[in-house]
Every structure is written in C-alpha cells, then in structure tokens.
Design a protein around this ligand. Structure first.
Ligand SMILES: Cc1ncc(C[n+]2csc(CCOP(=O)(O)OP(=O)(O)O)c2C)c(N)n1
Ligand code: SF4
Ligand SMILES: [Mg+2]
Length: 345
C-alpha cells in the first residue's frame, strides 16, 4: 500500500519522488530537456520502478547530459557522440533483466548517429529511446542540426538550406516497433508515453520536441515553445493503464481504443478527431507526411507493433543475466573446443 514517509508520499516500492531524482540540473533554465527529465522521474515513481533496476545511456550534447539529472540511483553510461545505441546494445545484452533508457539529441541521433539509430531499430533492442529534438546543436552553441526546417533563420547561423530529417518517419520506415512524438510543452502526454514505452518489449522511439531557449526558440521556429503550442495536433488523448488495474470509469463506446502490452498493461487512446489506428504502418507514414505538408506538430502514439520478437527473443539466452554467470559456466569445455577445432581444420 502506498503511504507517507517524512520525505513525502511513498509509492508501492516504498520510495518517494525524491528517490527518483538526480543531481541538480546545470542546463539553461526553461530548457525543454529539464521538463522531460521531470516527466521521466514522475513516470518511474508512478510505475513503482526500482531505480537500481534501470540503466541509462546517452551520447554527447545537452540532451545527453540530462541522465545526470534523473534516477541518480540507477546505472548509467555516457558514451561517444552518436554511439548511444551500440553502447546500449552491448550493456543490455550483458544484463537483460534491466530496464534501459537512452537519451539522445537530434544532432546525436539524426546527424552523427544516424547509422546506429537505424540499426538499433531493425534489431528491436528493448530500450526506451528518447530524442530530445530542438533542431540545433545546443551544447556547441546552436548550429543547425539535421532536423532543422528548411528556411529557418537564426542569429549567427544564417539560413538553413536543407530539407529536415523527420525522426518519427525514419523510425517507422526502419521498422521500429513503437514510435511516438510529443512536445516538452505537453508534460502529461510526455509522461504517459514514457510509461507506455517502459512496458514495450522492443525499441520505443520517442521523438520529443524539446525547445532550446538559448539558440532556437524564435516564435516562428518549428522547435520553439510558441510554435509547438500553436501547431500541436494530437492524434488522441493517451493514458497508460497499469496491469490488472480495474477501470471503473464509464466511457462511450467507439471513443476509446486500447492497445494491450506484453505485461498486461494497456495504452488507452481516446479519439479526438479523425479515426486513427496506430497499428497501421502505412497510415502512420501517411499521417506524418500529411502533418509535415500542413505544418502541424503531430503528437501521440504514431505506430505500435507488439507482435515482433525483441532482440533478446531471437537468441537462445539463459534465464540468468549473462553478467552474473560464473566463469565455470561461461568457459567452453575442452571437448567442445576440440570439436570446433576439428570442424575447422
Ligand atoms: C565526434 C564528435 N564530433 C563533434 C562533437 C561536438 N559536439 C558536441 S555536442 C554536439 C551536438 C549536440 O547536439 P544534439 O545532439 O542535438 O544535443 P543538444 O545539445 O542540442 O541537446 C556536437 C556536434 C563531439 N563531441 N564529438
Ligand atoms: S543550450 Fe539549449 S539545449 Fe543546451 S541547456 Fe541551454 S537551452 Fe538546453
Ligand atoms: Mg539538439
């Protein structure tokens, strides 16, 4: 039962929200990345996740610094620029019992890291992969990233001449099994999507527009708070329903669609406008294309496939985590080595 401690309300694993915090943020005040960190903290607290069961990964950038500012009791690896996915792949294989969360930026993912981004999706590594997307390289003082819209003019940078990369469209095209887009200015949606992503058995890509208040927050910039607020077009109202929670609320038939996850939890989608089926891959690509044409910030669960095996399902792994196997269980016997050698020579 959840109760109270001198530090505040405790959740089902007897932890307060403070137990999910990290070091104080050194990012700029108002940076979207800080708001996303707060929602990661809230999601993990509400899901009763034990912080020591989580491992955080990141590359380089202001976004990649942000794991320092949440889940201070969890494991963490800060890797090279654009190399968060291979780092996560290796570490997660080492201990498949952990929950993985990767933090990256639009530069880290869509510029230098594009190759690794594509491959981690086709492999379906179980990982919550968040791209804090601000259209610039914030850490190195605001150069255009690959997601900046064509024609964007910024002080000191001039005008961006190139077409942008759409992270969500890249993810759907690369067979990612969970693709969502959100906006740091819509914290409730961010939190519910993070919870759903933690329940997904495979790669969960969250492209979150996360304004850089220092270098790319002009009102007409597609990665600013103002533009996001004016142009957000949510596909549905989304809530995460934990496994076995009884739903007492009455609802009108036809207005709700539930997506069932492996652990028995549900992603509950309440219709807002048009019908939208997030299990239809072609429809997802069409919706993204349409939104780009109409200059809309399309948010919500864009695509989900709960049937595809995760990377670990494709290998004959023991139940016990590999990093806990003792040398006598890992080392091949002399007979098996002799057998392999006999095959080769
Ligand atoms: C190999 C390499 N190239 C370039 C850099 C310089 N660099 C550091 S962070 C960064 C871009 C960060 O942008 P993004 O991933 O969008 O993160 P943000 O700071 O915007 O959150 C670059 C180019 C580097 N650290 N390593
Ligand atoms: S420079 Fe931009 S991305 Fe970096 S902390 Fe400041 S507001 Fe955030
Ligand atoms: Mg960036």
């Amino acid at each position: 039962m959840a109760g109270k401690s001198p530090q505040g309300k405790v959740n089902l694993v007897n932890l307060t929200k403070s137990d999910y915090r990290g070091a104080p943020s050194t990012l700029c005040q108002g940076c979207g990345h800080n708001s996303i960190a707060s929602q990661i903290i809230a999601a993990c607290y509400e899901m009763n996740i034990i912080p020591e069961n989580v491992v955080k990964f990141s590359g380089i950038g202001c976004s990649s610094k942000s794991p320092t500012y949440f889940l201070g009791r969890s494991f963490g690896f800060n890797g090279l620029h654009g190399r968060m996915p291979p780092l996560a792949t290796g570490a997660m294989f080492g201990d498949t019992s952990l929950l993985g969360i990767g933090l990256s930026g639009d530069g880290d993912t869509a510029s230098i890291g594009m190759g690794h981004f594509k491959h981690v999706m086709r492999r379906n590594l179980p990982l919550v992969y968040i791209v804090e997307n601000n259209g610039v390289y914030g850490l190195t003082k605001g150069q255009f990233s690959a997601t900046a819209e064509i024609g964007l003019s910024l002080k000191k940078q001039g005008t961006n001449l190139y077409m942008p990369v759409d992270i969500a469209a890249e993810a759907v095209a690369s067979n990612a099994t969970f693709v969502a887009r959100s906006f740091a200015g819509d914290p409730k949606q961010v939190k519910e999507l993070i919870k759903a992503a933690f329940s997904h058995k495979g790669i969960a890509i969250l492209d979150i527009i996360s304004p850089c208040v220092s270098f790319n927050n002009r009102e007409d910039s597609h990665h600013s708070y103002k533009w996001g607020k004016l142009h957000e077009s949510a596909l549905h109202e989304l809530s995460y329903v934990p496994p076995k929670e009884e739903i007492m609320v009455e609802y009108e038939k036809g207005e709700l669609k539930d997506v069932e996850m492996h652990d028995g939890s549900l992603i509950r989608l309440r219709k807002l406008g048009k019908d939208y089926d997030p299990t239809d891959r072609a429809a997802a690509l069409r919706a993204l294309e349409e939104a780009n044409k109409n200059q809309e910030l399309l948010t919500g669960l864009i695509y989900i496939d709960t049937s595809h095996p995760s990377l670990f399902d494709m290998y004959d792994l023991p139940d016990e985590a590999l990093n806990r196997l003792t040398p006598d269980r890992i080392r091949p016997t002399k007979e098996s080595i002799d057998k392999i050698n006999a095959l080769m020579f």
